[in-house]
Design a protein. Structure first.
Length: 128
């Protein structure tokens, strides 16, 4: 029996990615500013990470509540933060990319640290 939640997340993710791409193609500025393209790339990356991560959590089928909640919070938190910052950056239409990349790297690092913390918590719970 196939997991309908995993299939639903995959279909939803594909629809969101296609919608984002179409909307971007319709609304992108004609000058092709580097910050707009960079913002769009991070937006697509965060959408892929969000839906791919959620499908991955379903694929693993871990029974640990700590792992599902911990990794879910890390994935969803980073993805939503990255999406919001990317959309804001796209509409700013500026050539200052170093602050945007710094914010994205900090957000990704925080998410990675949270994932490692939850992974260590899961190992500790299994040992006890």
């Amino acid at each position: 029996m196939k997991n309908t939640k995993m299939i639903g997340l995959s279909i939803s993710g594909t629809i969101i990615l296609l919608a984002s791409f179409i909307i971007f193609m319709l609304l992108k500025p004609s000058d092709g500013c580097a910050s707009v393209m960079l913002g769009f790339c991070f937006l697509i990356f965060s959408e892929i990470l969000l839906y791919g991560g959620l499908v991955g959590l379903e694929f693993v089928r871990s029974q640990s509540v700590i792992s599902r909640i911990g990794f879910g919070i890390s994935i969803i938190g980073y993805s939503v933060m990255s999406m919001i910052i990317s959309v804001i950056f796209i509409f700013m239409n500026t050539d200052e990319t170093k602050y945007f990349i710094a914010i994205e790297v900090i957000g990704f690092a925080i998410s990675a640290v949270l994932s490692v913390i939850f992974l260590l918590m899961i190992k500790r719970v299994r040992e006890d």
